[in-house]
Design a binder for this molecule. Structure first.
Ligand SMILES: Cc1cc2nc3c(=O)[nH]c(=O)nc-3n(C[C@H](O)[C@H](O)[C@H](O)COP(=O)(O)OP(=O)(O)OC[C@H]3O[C@@H](n4cnc5c(N)ncnc54)[C@H](O)[C@@H]3O)c2cc1C
Length: 407
């Protein structure tokens, strides 16, 4: 019994690459893996492979700060993110793995009248769509986070906040591993360290991929490569309105419990929360220039630390434990792109996850799988097609994604 409890079991099998799959998913991040998981859950006979040039979760999925929330600005964004939040509430049970999902809530702080106007608008849209989100006063903010500096008489005074109780955090690695294990158990082949170096085509039809381990034919190729989407797009000569920006974050040494919610300031481009083991997680906006570089910078550390101390002066003197960077696929309207591409058959995009994609992974994977299996676009993702950029149907989620937006 004891040996059974402590026996080491692989989360997924090692597989030899086959010469054909019904569906090849490029990218073993949380979106590629959740798509594979739901595909195999809905149709166990499909032959699906996920290929990643590195280990599973090596991209932004293993580097994010794991905040999950639904208090977006647009009806499209709110409906989509709320559906994802609902799936997160059941996900540990569904995947049979404790994802440490903890609904600690969220405060979006406003420092000016004009931000309060936007926050009020968000709160009203959210409430109309059944998402709990209320505008609260500085005193109510203080009651939730007694340690916060309301900054009366100082620059960036706190004038109110949008309070969103169902928001939470989860363990990002566990979500990646849970989807990977679930996909594997339903027959999906996972191929880490298998780089896609080309996409094969006959006329307008994609026929498969060239990989670092050889050529593979496929009935459908899905790109779920987030910050690397433009490099995949180049392989089939299409344009995607995506620029790749680095996003940095850091954690402090563990400190005694100080806050038990997530706080975000759009005007300071900074967000903070405390993990269960006491580390303060601090993140902010993307770097100022697009690049594929994963380099962390002292400049960003100083900027984020200064802002965090403005909100929580007790952090002065806290030691930084580690800082890291991931890359993000930013779209002009801060909303994702899911679906086929005009003029290219048997190919699908799942990208545009920018700085907000971790929270979206469950519903993104589920709806992408439904689209692939039925050929019908699920209502929740109808607004997120690539053509919106050519037809002027932009979603404009900037106001909701602002803490992590381009400055
Ligand atoms: C510091 C930071 C903080 C963040 N915080 C949050 C947050 O709090 N909440 C939130 O919702 N989102 C957050 N995000 C955003 C979120 O992490 C991403 O949107 C999400 O992880 C994207 O997942 P993905 O699976 O699409 O991409 P990724 O996880 O980036 O996966 C793409 C994969 O594609 C692989 N790949 C690329 N090219 C190839 C190729 N040619 N062949 C094979 N494989 C290839 C890569 O190796 C990579 O593993 C944050 C991001 C960062 C960097």
């Amino acid at each position: 019994m004891v040996s059974q409890l402590f026996s080491r079991q692989r989360f997924w099998r090692k597989q030899e690459l086959s010469s054909y799959y019904d569906i090849v998913i490029i990218g073993g991040g949380v979106h590629g893996l959740s798509t594979a998981y739901y595909l195999a859950k809905f149709d166990k006979d499909l032959k699906v492979a996920v290929m990643d040039k590195s280990y599973l979760g090596a991209g932004a999925s293993g580097r994010n700060t794991a905040i999950i929330r639904a208090n977006y600005l647009t009806p499209e964004g709110i409906a989509f993110m709320n559906a994802s939040l609902k799936l997160y509430e059941q996900l540990s049970g569904e995947l049979g793995l404790n994802l440490l999902f903890s609904q600690i809530g969220r405060l979006d702080i406003g420092h000016t009248e004009s931000t309060l106007f936007w926050l009020r608008q968000r709160s009203e849209y959210n409430q109309l769509m059944g998402v709990e989100s209320n505008l609260i006063t500085p005193d109510e903010v203080k009651a939730i986070v007694p340690e916060i500096d309301l900054r009366e008489g100082k620059p960036f005074p706190i004038m109110g906040a949008l309070h969103h109780p169902p928001a939470g955090v989860a363990r990002h690695d566990a979500v990646v591993w849970g989807y990977a294990r679930g996909a594997d158990r339903n027959g999906v082949e996972l191929h880490p360290f298998t780089e896609v170096i080309g996409i094969t085509k006959e006329g307008r039809r994609v026929t498969g991929v060239d990989t670092s381990k050889g050529r593979v034919k496929a009935g459908l190729v899905v790109s779920a490569t987030a910050g690397w989407t433009s490099t995949i797009a180049r392989m089939i000569d299409i344009d995607v309105p995506i620029l790749t920006y680095p996003l940095q974050a850091f954690v402090t040494e563990p400190l005694k419990p100080m806050i038990d919610t997530t706080i975000s300031s759009g005007e300071l481009h900074t967000y903070i929360y405390q993990t269960e083991r006491g580390e303060l997680v601090i993140g902010g906006g993307v770097d100022h220039y697009p690049t594929y570089s994963h380099k962390s910078t002292l400049h960003m550390l100083e900027e984020l630390a200064t802002n965090a101390i403005r909100l929580l002066p007790q952090l002065r003197g806290a030691k930084v434990l580690r800082q890291w960077t991931g890359i993000c696929d930013m779209t002009p309207d801060y909303a994702p792109i899911i679906g086929p591409v005009d003029g290219v058959d048997n190919f699908m995009l799942n990208c545009g996850w920018g700085t907000w994609g971790f929270k979206a992974a469950p519903i993104s994977g589920k709806t992408t799988a439904e689209l692939i299996l039925t050929g019908k676009v699920p209502e929740l993702i109808e607004p997120f097609d690539l053509n919106r950029f050519y037809e002027g149907r932009l979603i404009n989620e900037r106001a909701a994604a602002i803490a992590a937006a381009i400055h």
